[in-house]
Design a protein around this ligand. Structure first.
Ligand SMILES: C[S@@+](CC[C@H](N)C(=O)[O-])C[C@H]1O[C@@H](n2cnc3c(N)ncnc32)[C@H](O)[C@@H]1O
Length: 317
């Protein structure tokens, strides 16, 4: 049985929430006070399940940490931001592989601990940390986001994540992002790791041109990384097929007025798409095409809002 079945995920969620209620309760408070008085004599040691601003601290185990970096295809050219970085282990793992990484953590003691660990490992140039609230900071600089939060928190972050630069990869330990389907999910033991890629906005009306053809009007309707659409020419309209969007790389195809299947491969840059078009079986070489958006880009469906019932109805968060 896959480890990402609703019952496994419900169990993990239950553990996180149960731990939260224990640590936030009076027993947890007493423990926190004890550890506070001990802190004066010994270096700060975090306690698994200790309260955090919006979610408790539980570290991601080593195997899922590495898998998060692999799924996101992290390279030294990336800039990784871990949202709620705890003791810094994801940031340190990325830095160990030569990538610059930054942890954002609300608990100042955890931030100091992470900085100390980076220093001890000689990684302080690449592994940096700041004390901040993930809901108030700007993480536009990230090319990769990592997180181990809760489904509700992922949903609250989703509009901001979807406004990041197209192509930004997002990996989450255990929890998903409502109706936004991951590109890939890896399961290992009781953990799972999900990958999303921030899509470019291809919604709205476009004017498509390629060599010598009368311009064709395209209309695209996008929900997260999926889109459907139609092409209008010769007093008819036809649906787009083979649609795919990965970051700013877009593909679609349709059968033209002569009956040739035209396959388009392009890159989206704001209101313009540039790329090549091939005619399947037409014998001609690929030719350049451009598409220019006409009017405003509509918001991507689902991108600006999130409904808490997305978490409940899916049952596999
Ligand atoms: C489940 S732990 C994950 C730690 C680390 N990312 C990992 O995977 O090992 C979540 C962390 O988020 C921190 N946190 C909770 N709410 C936060 C907020 N609003 N801003 C920043 N950090 C927060 C907690 O203190 C905790 O360290």
């Amino acid at each position: 049985m896959s480890s990402d079945t609703p019952s496994h995920v419900a169990h993990r969620r239950h553990v996180l929430l149960a731990l939260a209620s224990v640590t936030f309760g009076s027993h947890g408070l007493a423990q926190a006070q004890q550890s506070g008085s001990a802190a004066a004599s010994s270096p700060y040691e975090p306690r698994r399940g200790q309260p955090g601003k919006d979610v408790i601290w539980i570290p991601t185990p080593d195997v899922p940490v590495l898998r998060m970096l692999r799924l996101a295809h992290v390279t030294p050219q990336d800039y990784v931001i871990d949202l709620g970085s705890g003791d810094g282990k994801i940031v340190l793992a990325a830095a160990r592989e030569g990538t610059r990484a930054h942890g954002v953590e609300y608990n100042p003691e955890m931030v100091e601990l992470s900085k100390r660990r980076a220093q001890e490992a000689g990684l302080q140039e690449r592994a940096t940390f700041e004390k901040a609230d993930i809901f108030e900071m700007d993480f536009a600089r990230a090319t990769v986001i990592t997180m181990y939060l809760l489904p509700e928190l992922n949903l609250r972050l989703r509009p901001k994540i979807l406004s990041l630069k197209p192509g930004t990869r997002v990996v989450s330990h255990d929890f998903r992002m409502g109706d936004w389907k991951p590109e890939e999910t890896s399961s290992m033991g009781s953990s799972s790791v999900h990958l999303w890629i921030v899509p470019a906005n291809v919604g709205g009306k476009w004017q498509l041109r390629w060599s010598g053809q009368t311009p064709i009007e395209l209309t695209m309707d996008q929900t997260f990384q999926q889109f459907k659409g139609k092409a209008v020419f010769d007093k008819m309209e036809t649906t787009l097929r083979e649609t795919q969007l990965r970051g700013d790389a877009v593909q679609f195809a349709f059968t033209d007025a002569r009956g040739v299947l035209r396959q388009f491969n392009g890159k989206v840059s704001d209101d313009r798409i540039e790329g090549t078009v091939e005619g399947v079986g037409a014998g001609a070489r690929a030719q350049p095409f451009t598409a220019q958006r006409m009017g405003e880009a509509p918001a991507i469906n689902g991108a600006t809002t999130s409904r808490l019932d997305e978490v409940q109805t899916l049952g596999d968060q």
